[in-house]
Design a protein around this ligand. Structure first.
Ligand SMILES: Cc1ncc(COP(=O)(O)O)c(C=O)c1O
Length: 385
C-alpha cells in the first residue's frame, strides 16, 4: 500500500535517539529545552513548550486560558476530533463553525455572522476559537485577528498540520495574529517525534502557565512558591496539572528532524506541483495553489471529485492508501449526543467530495503517476455511463 503519509527517518535521527538512550537522562534532561529552542528559532516564536502530543497541547491551551463549563469554544467543523475534545475536557460547550467548501478551513465570513448574531441576540460569545490550518493551508488569520479584537475571544491555531506554512510571509507558530499555536509531531505530520506536540506563543504569562500545567502544576522555582525558604528538595504544586511531558528520546528525534525540515518542505512542495501537472483538471478539483508569502506545508494533498466514495475504494483496492480528512466532528455520535443537530453546508460538501491522496517525502514520481492514472481511469468509467 502506498500510504497517504509516512515518517522519514534517517541514520542521523537513529543516532540522535541512540545517544539519548546511552545517556543519563531519558526524561527531564537537556534535549527537550533544546528542541523547544529549535522550534522558537525556526518559527520566531518567543516561547515553546514541548509536550506528549498535540491533543495534550490543545488541552493545556484550554486550561491555561481558564476555559471552563460556563464557556463556549467555537471550533472548525472539519478537523480531527481532538480540536474540539480539548474544550470538552474542560466542560465547555462546543459550537462548530462551517468551513469553506473547497479548502475545509473555517469560513471567516460565516464566523463573523455567527458572532454578530450571538451579540445581537444576547447569546454567548466564544471564550476561544480554534482555527485549524487544514492540510497545512493557513486560515485567513488577519481576518480572524480582527474578529478576535472586535469580540474579545482567544484565538488558538490548531497548526498540527502546518509546521513550515506561511501567512503574509510569517511562519505559522509566530502567533502574530493569535494567542497560541499548537503543533503535532505524529509520524504522518511534517516532522515526527513518534508521539509529540508543542504549544508556541509570544505571551510570556500564557507560556509559563502552560509549562506549569504540563508537569503536574508543580514548580521548583522558589520565586513562585508560598514557602520559598525551604531546602533544595522542596517543590510545590500550585495548580492541578497533568503529566504531559515529552521524553528525551522524542526531543532528540525532534531536533534531528528539525535539521531536515526545510528539505521536507521543499520536497512536499515539489510533489504538490507535480500533482498539478499529472492530475486531470477537468475531472479533479485541485487544492488551492501556493502564492508567495502564503505557502502551505502540504501535510495533506486533498483533491475534490464526484463519486468520492467509489474513487476512494478503487484506490484502496489498487494499493493506494487514500484517506478521508475528515468526517465533520458534529457527525460523531459523541457530539450528536451533545445535541448538534444542524449539518453545516460547507462541511457537508467538503466531506462528500474530498479525498486525500498520497503525498509524503518518500513517494516517487512513478507512484504519483500511478495514483493519477487510477483516478483518471476510475472517473472515466463514470463519464462513460
Ligand atoms: C488537526 C489536528 N489536531 C490535533 C491532532 C492531534 O494530534 P496528536 O495525535 O499529536 O495528539 C491531530 C492529529 O491528527 C490533527 O490532525
Amino acid at each position: 500500500m502506498i500510504p497517504y503519509s509516512t515518517q522519514n527517518i534517517d541514520e542521523d535521527d537513529i543516532q540522535a535517539v541512540e545517544r539519548v538512550l546511552r545517556s543519563n537522562y531519558l526524561t527531564c534532561g537537556p534535549r527537550v529545552s533544546e528542541f523547544e529552542e529549535c522550534l522558537c528559532s525556526y518559527t520566531d516564536a518567543d516561547y515553546a513548550v514541548a509536550v506528549s502530543n498535540a491533543t495534550a497541547a490543545l488541552h493545556l491551551c484550554m486550561m491555561a486560558l481558564d476555559v471552563g463549563p460556563q464557556d463556549e469554544v467555537w471550533v472548525s467543523a472539519i478537523s480531527f476530533v481532538a480540536s474540539a475534545n480539548c474544550a470538552r475536557y474542560c466542560g465547555a460547550t462546543v459550537r462548530f463553525i462551517d468551513v469553506d467548501p473547497h479548502t475545509g478551513n473555517l469560513d471567516h465570513v460565516k464566523l463573523g455572522q455567527m458572532l454578530k448574531d450571538a451579540e445581537q441576540n444576547h447569546k454567548p460569545l466564544p471564550k476561544a476559537v480554534v482555527a485549524v490550518h487544514l492540510s497545512g493551508r493557513p486560515c485567513e488569520l488577519r481576518y480572524l485577528q480582527n474578529l478576535k479584537e472586535r469580540y474579545g475571544f482567544y484565538l488558538i491555531e490548531d497548526a498540527s498540520h502546518a509546521l513550515g506554512a506561511t501567512y503574509e510571509n510569517t511562519l505559522i507558530g509566530k502567533c502574530k495574529f493569535s494567542d497560541v499555536a499548537v503543533f503535532s509531531f505524529h509520524p504522518v505530520k511534517i516532522i515526527t517525534t513518534a508521539e509529540g506536540g508543542a504549544c508556541l506563543t509570544d505571551n510570556e504569562e500564557l507560556a509559563a502557565k502552560i509549562r506549569l500545567l504540563h508537569a503536574h502544576g508543580i514548580t521548583h522555582d522558589p520565586a513562585q512558591m508560598e514557602n520559598p525558604d525551604m531546602p533544595g528538595f522542596y517543590y510545590e504544586q500550585l495548580m492541578l496539572g497533568y503529566n504531559y511531558r515529552m521524553s528525551e528520546m522524542q526531543a532528540a528525534l525532534g531536533i534531528s528532524q528539525m535539521n531536515r525540515l526545510d528539505s521536507f518542505l521543499q520536497k512536499r512542495r515539489e510533489l504538490a506541483r507535480s500533482y498539478v501537472d499529472i492530475l486531470d483538471h477537468n475531472l479533479v478539483k485541485l487544492p488551492v495553489a501556493d502564492i508567495p508569502g502564503f505557502e502551505s506545508s502540504w501535510h495533506l494533498y486533498q483533491i475534490q471529485v464526484e463519486h468520492r466514495n467509489e474513487i476512494y475504494q478503487t484506490l484502496r483496492d489498487k494499493g493506494v492508501g487514500a484517506q478521508i480528512h475528515y468526517i465533520p466532528i458534529y457527525r460523531h455520535p459523541y457530539y450528536q449526543q451533545q445535541k448538534y443537530p444542524e449539518a453545516l453546508p460547507g462541511a457537508e460538501y467538503f466531506y462528500e467530495h474530498t479525498l486525500t491522496i498520497p503525498l509524503h517525502t518518500k513517494i516517487t514520481r512513478v507512484e504519483q503517476s500511478m495514483v493519477a492514472t487510477i483516478i483518471a481511469a476510475a472517473l472515466d468509467k463514470f463519464e462513460d455511463k
